[in-house]
Write a protein of this length. Structure first.
Length: 277
């Protein structure tokens, strides 16, 4: 029997929380660079009544993305995309962050946009980091939004001499995600489909724990201690926003980015988290 299909990239905590919230009654195809992660999440979900297939996939490869889409289409029409794959500043060098988080996300949005069914919905997980970086010029924003994906990594602002460190690369990647979602939403709209991004603050997951234990650990711990919420978030709270965006209640929302960070960004600009000169 054919079913509507959800494509989930990134078998992490945020991806699983969204899939559990939205994936009932669907075929869920989960792809992760670490097949053991995809299999672990698939087992938890299959044991909880979902219909999940795990596969190995690499977000930084167009071929791998197309391969995953083809696998999904064996089960039915692609109706949902959740992109929760990514690497953080403490997990990977600059080139890998740009290849996975920036280029890979752009390709995935483009390729799924080509096949999404009418009424399809997508979310990609960006980050508060993209909101903390100072504004780029309108021209730079447009280049991030609209440059053909195969040329993205050739942009001047993404060349090694213009990138300070892995955090800067991550911020640029996440800013690009938001701009890409805006441009892609126009194309998805032509198919009667919607796509948005969610920019979480600190959410306790293996990725965030790597950050707590990495070179910026104290910075992150201070950030959630001093943000208005006074704590890190949970993946299920990110799924609350995804549920709004992906359900009928979000029918008028597309091309948008939703910051959900316990107020950390607000405090960074106008409160106790503001960097001292
Ligand atoms: N946790 C946070 O505090 C936080 C905050 C803001 C944004 N995010 C973003 O949320 C997304 C999900 O992260 P998470 O916190 O759930 O982390 P997680 O570590 O639980 O999951 C991330 C998954 O992505 C996979 N992955 C990494 N590179 C990949 C690749 N090239 N192809 C396919 N899969 C790959 C990993 O193997 C891992 O299973 C990431 O994009 C991250 O940048 C997380």
């Amino acid at each position: 029997m054919k079913k509507d299909v959800m494509i989930l990239t990134g078998a992490g905590q945020i991806g699983m929380a969204i899939a559990r919230r939205m994936g009932y009654g669907m075929k869920i195809v989960i792809g992760d660079k670490k097949p053991e992660n995809a299999q672990a999440i698939a087992k938890i979900m299959n044991d909880a009544g979902f219909d999940v297939e795990a596969m190995e996939m690499d977000l930084s490869s167009r071929e791998s993305i197309k391969n995953m889409i083809a696998k999904a289409q064996e089960y039915g029409d692609v109706a949902m995309l959740v992109n929760a794959a990514g690497v953080s500043p403490s997990q990977a060098p600059v080139e890998a962050i740009l290849k996975v988080d920036l280029y890979g996300t752009a390709v995935l949005l483009e390729e799924v946009g080509k096949v999404t069914k009418k009424g399809g919905v997508g979310v990609t997980i960006s980050s508060q980091s993209g909101h903390r970086m100072p504004a780029l010029t309108p021209e730079e924003d447009e280049l991030l939004a609209c440059t053909p994906s195969e040329d993205l990594l050739k942009l001047d602002i993404l060349q090694p001499e213009n990138i300070k460190d892995t955090l800067h690369a991550y911020q640029l990647a996440k800013r690009c995600n938001e701009k890409r979602v805006m441009a892609e939403s126009v194309k998805w709209g032509e198919k009667g489909a919607r796509v948005n991004s969610i920019s979480p603050g600190i959410v306790v997951t293996p990725l965030a724990i790597d950050e707590f234990n990495g070179p910026r650990g104290d910075f992150y711990k201070n950030m959630f201690a001093k943000c208005p919420a006074g704590r890190p978030g949970t993946a299920d709270e990110i799924a609350n926003v995804a549920e709004l965006l992906m359900s009928e209640k979000g029918a008028f929302i597309t091309g948008s980015d939703f910051l959900i960070d316990g107020g950390a960004t607000a405090s960074y600009f106008y409160g106790p988290l503001k960097p001292q000169e």
